[in-house]
Design a protein around this ligand. Sequence first.
Ligand SMILES: C[S@@+](CC[C@H](N)C(=O)[O-])C[C@H]1O[C@@H](n2cnc3c(N)ncnc32)[C@H](O)[C@@H]1O
Length: 241
Amino acid sequence: MKKREISYAAREYSETKNSLRMRECIEQYTITVLANDVRALRILDAGCGDGLYSRFFADLGASYVLGVDCTPEFVSLALEKSGAYANIDYRLGFIQEFLGKGDFDLVLGSYLLNYAQSREELIGYCRAIASHLKPSGRFVGFNNNPFEVFDGTRYGAYGFTKTMHGDGEGQKVVYEVPSMTAPIINYYLSPQTHEQAFAEADLELEWKEVLLRPEEDRLYWKSFFENGPPLIAMIAKKKCL
Ligand SMILES: C[S@@+](CC[C@H](N)C(=O)[O-])C[C@H]1O[C@@H](n2cnc3c(N)ncnc32)[C@H](O)[C@@H]1O
């Protein structure tokens, strides 16, 4: 399995939670709605970064959260920020190399799947996710939107830019935030490739539109939603075999 470093600094990414409005009123809101009631659940936060959602779910009553991330800098930051939580553990590793025992109720992948560069690699991510889920468990994903295809740069009005050049499989999709010194590099894989990869892992995939928190100004966010939106969410359940 090919191993890669991420392109940006963990602390700079972590700070975008405060500087990028979208992260709270769209990303966090959508994840909260899709995850629904997490009280007493065992949750795997795959690609946990600084542990933002590990702590978020623990605060909402999850019984146990395991965060997994392949970047040492992110795992150190997650440990530093989560000292007060006895029910969160972090593990350094690539999700595709960490197979589970079917003992999690929920797996979250917040900006995880868009790091896979090929169908084969995405299948590896999906198989790992499926291996961690209980038969009744579910995956909640939040990701670059593979239904949005363009050639150029968009979304500057919302505090970040997304640049892509068509829909070639494995093509770079580059997100830039002015406060970050390096871009976030994701990879384009088509909706069909996602659907096949989930099916290969015996997961039933359902695409979900991202949601705007009801109290937000709809007019301000109009072109964010009309032009894409750049992001998408998903839910997947294990197939009953
Ligand atoms: C954009 S950050 C998102 C972090 C966090 N989920 C959030 O929403 O704040 C993506 C994270 O995924 C991690 N990552 C990327 N590919 C991974 C893989 N194959 N296995 C585990 N972690 C991965 C990166 O190290 C990074 O911390």
